[in-house]
Design a protein around this ligand. Structure first.
Ligand SMILES: Cc1cc2nc3c(=O)[nH]c(=O)nc-3n(C[C@H](O)[C@H](O)[C@H](O)COP(=O)(O)OP(=O)(O)OC[C@H]3O[C@@H](n4cnc5c(N)ncnc54)[C@H](O)[C@@H]3O)c2cc1C
Length: 433
């Protein structure tokens, strides 16, 4: 795999662009919309959700146009950590039944359980060069009681045919190079990718399949005109029979019913300097990616150049760029004995959106309009799956393809105050860390 050279770090501090911008192969050059065009389906947003939908629509022979405000992967997708994590945030295959009912719960578990495989299959099928490593996703436990629960979660997933197991304490500590963990849930089909390279690769595949993709073409208005949807951009319009909103939190700016349906979660993502050989021997020596279950969560993976990529949620307690760098260093030193004085090469802040349900959501906006809103910090796998399913449902005009039942959007009550909640909870989590 060819990479652009990694910029040398100098005394000015870390770069504030995502690591992936320096390491992802260039994507296809996309035109800006400069005419009025027609399509069967319009997809708005060129992150994982929109690009995967456009690819699979085009492969099914559906005439598809995608409009992206910037470049593919410019937002959550290209800012993310690139962990491929086929797991729920809050639920388990057994508890989900009490939320959705048994049948829909099982269906969603199958979709989530298969989401990592969907990512790596797509990468293989299209030969996408994106540092793909299917070497496991882990959720380490920091207490014996959580370990006990995780043994049960492992049994729940494996009873459903998934390669999920529990890794005991000493083995977990050896695998991660972190002394504080007592064990870990292991998802064998998970792993990590360069997320920007991934979405650029999907864009290339979508073009080859016949989708028309436009970059630097922000949708300013989306209106119903007769029996069609018309999206207006600065350079032209798209008129389509059906529309898929895949602009993540910005779906709220595209359709009034999408306002106040998600909460912002600010995350600082960072990458260390490439690890030295001693550190490589003790930190994730066999690869793999993990996100632990602490309220102030800790996460880690390596990229192809040996940078350790990690993150922390933004709170009111750690403010400003310098404090973010100090916190990044503190977190690495706190977890890895082999990194007493970490150097940070890249640090950037991204905006993830969470649904109050902590579950992937599809919203039915009527008149052939669907919105994908499924971030919750697990979008690499789940939004890939949703894009595949939404495309299949549209192409066959049959919603049976969907593991998530589309529903009408409901605004979150007291949304202004609720939007502060993630930062408040993370401030409390920081204090208890
Ligand atoms: C810091 C961070 C770390 C994360 N880490 C992980 C991780 O390790 N693993 C994981 O699974 N998930 C992770 N996530 C979540 C994951 O990145 C997202 O769930 C996923 O990328 C969302 O994809 P998307 O296509 O829905 O949204 P986005 O990637 O946000 O794409 C939406 C696109 O819509 C475009 N857009 C917006 N408005 C308009 C408009 N008016 N017209 C046209 N286009 C528009 C935007 O430019 C953008 O490209 C992370 C998120 C963040 C922020």
């Amino acid at each position: 795999m060819r990479h652009q050279p990694i910029p040398r770090r100098d005394g000015d501090g870390p770069a504030t662009t995502p690591l992936w911008v320096a390491t992802a192969p260039a994507g296809p050059q996309l035109p800006t919309l400069a005419a009025d065009v027609e399509a069967d389906v319009l997809v708005i947003g060129g992150g994982i959700a929109g690009m995967t939908t456009a690819l699979h629509l085009a492969e099914a022979g559906v005439d598809t146009v995608l409009l992206e405000a910037g470049q593919p992967g410019d937002r959550a997708t290209g800012w993310s950590g690139g962990l491929v994590a086929p797991d729920y945030i809050r639920h388990t295959p057994e508890t989900i039944g009490s939320v959705l009912g048994r049948e829909r719960g099982e269906r969603l578990s199958r979709m989530i359980g298969n989401s990592a495989r969907a990512v790596f299959d797509l990468i293989e099928r299209h030969g996408i060069a994106c540092e793909a490593r299917q070497d496991g996703f882990f959720t380490p436990a920091h207490s014996e009681s959580l370990s006990q629960n995780q043994r049960s979660y492992a049994a729940q997933w494996s009873a459903r045919g998934f390669d999920v197991s529990f890794v005991e304490g000493a083995e977990a500590r050896r695998r991660f190079g972190v002394e504080r963990y007592c064990g870990a849930l292991r998802f064998g089909e998970g792993g990590s990718i360069n997320p920007l390279a991934y979405v650029r690769g999907i864009a290339g595949a979508a073009l080859a399949a016949g989708a028309r993709l436009f970059a630097q073409s922000p949708v300013e208005t989306l209106d119903r005109v007769g029996d069609r949807w018309v999206a207006r951009t600065p350079g032209g319009t798209v008129s389509a029979r059906r529309v898929v909103l895949a602009a993540n939190g910005a779906n709220a700016t595209l359709h009034p019913a999408m306002r106040r349906t998600a909460l912002p979660l600010h995350v600082v993502q960072f990458a260390s300097a490439p690890l030295d050989p001693d550190q490589r021997r003790s930190i994730l020596p066999e690869g793999g990616a993990f996100t632990d279950k602490m309220p102030y969560l800790f996460t880690a993976r390596l990229d192809a150049h040996g940078h350790l990529v990690s993150a922390f949620p933004v709170s009111f307690m750690v403010r400003g760029a310098k404090a973010h760098v100090r916190e990044a260093k503190r977190r690495l030193a706190q977890h890895f004995a082999a990194m007493p004085q970490p150097q940070i090469d890249y640090i950037w802040e991204g905006l993830a959106w969470v649904n109050p349900s902590f579950l992937p959501e599809l919203y039915d906006l009527g008149d052939g309009a669907l919105a994908i809103q499924a971030c919750n910090g697990r979008g690499i796998g789940i939004n890939t799956q949703l894009g595949i399913e939404v495309a299949a449902a549209i192409a066959a005009n049959n919603r049976d393809a969907l593991s998530v039942q589309p529903r009408a959007p409901h605004p979150i009550r007291l949304h202004g105050g609720a939007s502060l909640l993630p930062k408040m909870l993370m401030s409390m989590a920081y204090l208890s860390n």
